[in-house]
Design a protein around this ligand. Structure first.
Ligand code: NG6
Ligand code: CA
Length: 499
């Protein structure tokens, strides 16, 4: 037998490494995006009243961030910033959208999806969208264009807005799924349409009653925000929603396992209405809000199992995070307040969804990439607006800095090579706040002290506030009076960033 020269052996080993091992520049990217999940809602961030084994397993094998942020404290602006790399406050019309809003991200614009598509990825989004679909007077009986497919996604399966807003139908690519053309859909956020009962007039028909708002068309025994008629055969069943979207997400992975893929899996949980599948109903001590935390965790587990089964886990950068902070009563009488007990949805943080305090935007976030991201904890300051620049860096892509002006390359922090993330960050919730390391300046705002519906502190005050989060993570002590120069300098800096 001829002995192979060492150089040839080394070359073969090297080749096997590239063929079989994880591609260090083009891993699959899966972004699992929970809805309204708070900093303290999962056990790996300190929750004791509810257990999230799958998310905890991610944290054990991945990097758990303590200072990672959504760009805003509500859904639409957070998602806008995440996908585009532009802070939403730069663009009008990026507040919480109605269910029949037009698409707010212009076709052809740089997005996380377009950057990864340019890098050769197959791209898909499954789950909650809430960034508008179509243009003009949106007609749900026609092709809904533009939408995700016009901004870099090859595939979509969507909840168009939110679970609590009409239309309560899924959209696959450009069409409503299962729509009977004989029963067209009509949607309105102004005057009632059709003659279906509303929650306001017929509360006796409801299986879940509103606590505020949410009293319009009844779908599946739950009254929603907005009116719809028609599309009966296409309407979703809330109890099956997690199964439906987790099924579509895993199918996307199975169908695209051969080439690098990007999957944006945008959960409905734990947004209202909280209507878990029977498998989860009553399984937590916190009522439906806790049950849907278990359901969200199950969704995460479905993705992890699929990656394991297809032997893709080592080749996949999996990121788990949430779009805004937690809310307990967000409009339905679902026992969330009554059964809260010792559970603190925002953990040690003040405020929650809608709030400019840290509870509004600071989110659980975990990045897992076995063999590449060293497990541990990172205190780096990072924001979802940074995904465009960071994933462009990872995959060696150029992108338009004009399109994505606020996106910073924090790849080294994301992969745990560095503990240094951003040096400053703008947070958005009614007013703006500037973070510079431990310092946080909240610009004076006109909002109420506490939002009457959700009972969440807005964080807004007639005077600007200053906190040092190193000593005061709970933002209890406004030290603006002691540091007038710091306040002045930070306001000036915010004006510069604002432009
Ligand atoms: C609010 C809704 C709330 C929720 C939120 C959007 C009322 C009274 N409240 O206007 O229930 O739907 O919008 O949440 O209607 S988000 O997570 O999509 O931003
Ligand atoms: Ca949300």
């Amino acid at each position: 037998m001829k002995v192979m020269p060492w150089a040839a052996v080394a070359a073969l080993v090297c080749l096997a490494g590239t063929v079989l091992g994880a591609d260090r520049t083009h891993p699959n990217v899966v972004l699992i995006y929970a809805d309204d999940l708070g900093y303290g809602d999962v056990s790996c961030y300190g929750a004791t009243e509810v257990t999230t084994p799958n998310i905890d397993a991610l944290a054990k094998d991945g990097l758990r961030f303590t200072d990672a942020h959504a760009a805003a404290a509500t859904c639409t602006p957070s998602r806008y910033a995440l996908l585009t790399g532009e802070y939403a406050w730069r663009k009008k019309g990026t507040g919480i959208l109605p269910g029949n809003a037009q698409a707010i991200i212009a076709p052809g614009r740089t997005t996380v999806a377009s950057v990864l598509k340019q890098a050769g990825y197959q791209t898909g989004v499954v789950g909650k969208w809430h960034l508008g679909l179509g243009s003009g007077d949106v007609d749900f009986n026609q092709d809904l264009k533009p939408g995700p497919l016009e901004i870099g996604f090859d595939y979509c399966f969507l909840i168009p807005a939110t679970g609590d807003r009409v239309p309560c139908v899924y959209i696959e690519n450009h069409r409503v799924v299962g729509l009977d053309p004989q029963d067209p859909i009509d949607v309105s956020f102004g005057k009632p349409v059709g003659d279906e009962p509303t929650g306001k007039e017929h509360p006796e028909l409801l299986k879940l009653k509103p606590s505020h708002g949410h009293d319009m068309t009844i779908v599946n025994g739950i009254s929603r925000i907005g009116y719809m008629s028609g599309g009966k055969a296409a309407r979703w069943v809330d109890e099956d929603m997690a199964d439906t979207i987790a099924g579509k997400a895993t199918k996307f992975i199975e169908d695209h396992a051969e080439k690098p893929f990007f999957l944006f899996f945008s959960l409905h949980d734990i947004h209202v209405p909280r209507v878990p599948h029977a498998r989860f109903a009553g399984k937590s001590s916190l009522g439906p809000r806790g049950d849907v935390i278990l359901q969200a965790d199950w969704c995460v587990g479905q993705i992890m199992q699929t990656l394991d089964r297809l032997k893709l886990a080592d080749d996949t950068l999996l990121i788990f995070t949430s779009d805004n902070g937690p809310v307990v009563d967000d409009g339905y009488q679902d026992d969330a307040v009554k059964k809260l007990g010792k559970h603190r949805p925002a953990g040690p943080l003040r405020g929650g969804k809608y709030s400019i305090f840290e509870g509004g935007t600071r989110e659980p976030m975990i990045a897992r990439w076995p063999g590449r991201v060293k497990p541990g904890t990172s205190d780096a300051l990072i924001c979802q607006v940074d995904f465009v620049a960071s994933l462009a860096k990872l995959t060696g892509q150029e992108y338009s800095k004009t399109d994505a002006p606020d996106s910073e390359d924090v790849l080294a922090a994301l992969l745990g090579d560095s503990q240094q993330g951003r040096t400053e960050l703008v947070e958005q919730a009614g007013t703006l706040a500037l973070r510079q390391g431990p310092w946080k300046l909240i610009v004076n705002g006109k909002g109420p002290k506490v939002f009457s519906n959700s009972n969440i502190e807005s964080g807004q005050a007639p005077k600007s506030q200053l906190y040092n989060l190193d000593d005061d993570l709970g933002e209890e002590h406004d030290i603006s009076a002691q540091h007038p120069d710091k306040v002045k300098a930070m306001l000036q800096r915010l004006r510069e960033i604002h432009g």
